[in-house]
Design a binder for this molecule. Structure first.
Ligand code: ACO
Length: 330
């Protein structure tokens, strides 16, 4: 039987118009451009406008990906949205995006939560569903309105995050050696409390007291997350390279999750791969969680940094703590 593999037919991204600089943040919390930039590499981030939702941003990115693929919403039979900030607890953001785009009612639509690793998890999920032969064309979206769960009075977290969305259209090919060559996913659930939102779930539903105590906002032990992120991203990258008998220097471009420039620099050092082989846009967007890799992928593709025949490595980590890597031949 011929082997099917998954290929990326088009990419798209969307960032809200409003730019919030470090300078602007330093007027509301005790911080500075110098501190934020030296510790994280971030200069500015985009923040969604009033009334602008995760599904609005996801739909905008998806429209661009469909256009790039030369397809329409009618061609899609699988829609997966990676997000930790869906418009509503239910139904899924995927169903809201389905309606905004006009994706047929015969399409499977669902959300997936693996935090900042969400896009790599969603890519793997869609890939498995497509190569099963039961679905033909998928939209995989990473979309976040992270500003909605950030504590804007907590300088240790609020300076790091931003809003946005990225998307890819996936199809299949029988051409050997191209497309999504493999993925590696995993999680360290025992470290869940290093990065989490304590209230708002079924464990601690909203009360006036939980809201007053800001328990619906992100809490993070930054230093511990940093150390684990470096170790886990390095291992996830090495594992997938080894699995596919690829040397690090054969990778044309690494697209890492954009959380902190120092994390990316550490991975570059560990893999002995120069920073020129890493795509970086954390300076302009901050950490957009599940949207970070697909936004970077789209920018890399559109700016000509990815060419046919290239090998690209995606590597992510996020709350959970989850991790994931993927190897793509274009
Ligand atoms: N402005 C000024 N000072 C600050 C700020 C700020 N915004 N934030 C913290 N500080 C202070 C601290 O209070 C501390 O002061 P102290 O020494 O008097 O106690 C000092 O700066 C140093 O703080 P550290 O936390 O030690 O700084 P560090 O160098 O570790 O950098 C950072 C902090 C940027 C958060 C880093 O640890 C990091 O990036 N961690 C990883 C976070 C991450 O990637 N999270 C995303 C996960 S993905 C997802 O799923 C969402």
């Amino acid at each position: 039987m011929t082997q099917r593999s998954t290929v990326i037919l088009g990419t798209g991204s969307y960032a809200p118009e409003r730019v919030v600089t470090n300078e602007e943040l330093s007027k509301t919390v005790d911080t500075s451009d110098e501190w934020i930039h030296t510790r994280s590499g971030i200069r500015e981030r985009r923040i969604a406008g009033p009334g602008e939702t995760t599904s609005d941003m996801g739909a905008a990115a998806a429209r661009r990906a469909l256009e790039a693929a030369g397809l329409t919403a009618a061609d899609i039979d699988l829609l997966v949205v990676a997000t930790v900030t869906p418009d509503l607890v239910m139904p899924a953001a995927a169903c809201l995006i389905q309606t905004k785009l006009g994706v047929p009612s015969t399409a499977a639509c669902f959300d997936l939560n693996a935090a900042c690793s969400g896009f790599v998890y969603a890519l793997d999920t869609a890939c498995a569903m497509l190569t099963s032969g039961r679905y033909r064309r998928a939209l995989v979206i990473g979309a976040e309105k992270f500003s909605s769960i950030v504590d804007w009075q907590d300088r240790t977290t609020c300076v790091l995050f931003g809003d946005g969305a990225g998307a890819v259209v996936l199809g299949t090919t029988e051409q050997p050696g191209v497309g999504l060559l493999g993925t590696k996913l995993g999680a360290f659930g025992e470290s869940a409390e290093l990065l989490y939102v304590p209230a708002g779930g079924s464990n601690e539903p909203a009360t006036a007291a939980s809201i007053a105590a800001r328990r619906h906002c992100v809490k993070m032990k930054g230093k511990e997350v940093f150390k684990l992120a470096v170790r886990v991203m390095d291992e996830a990258a090495r594992d997938i390279l080894e699995q596919h008998h690829v040397r690090a220097d054969q990778i044309s471009l690494v697209i890492p999750h954009q959380a902190n420039l120092r994390i990316i620099e550490a991975i570059s050092e560990y893999l002995e791969l120069p920073m020129e082989r890493f795509f970086v846009n954390v300076d302009r967007y901050g950490n957009t969680s599940a949207a970070s890799i697909p936004i970077a992928l789209d920018e890399a593709r559109r700016s000509g940094r990815i060419k046919t025949g290239d090998l690209t490595l995606l590597v992510a980590f996020g709350a959970g703590l989850t991790y994931g890597s993927a190897l793509i031949r274009w």
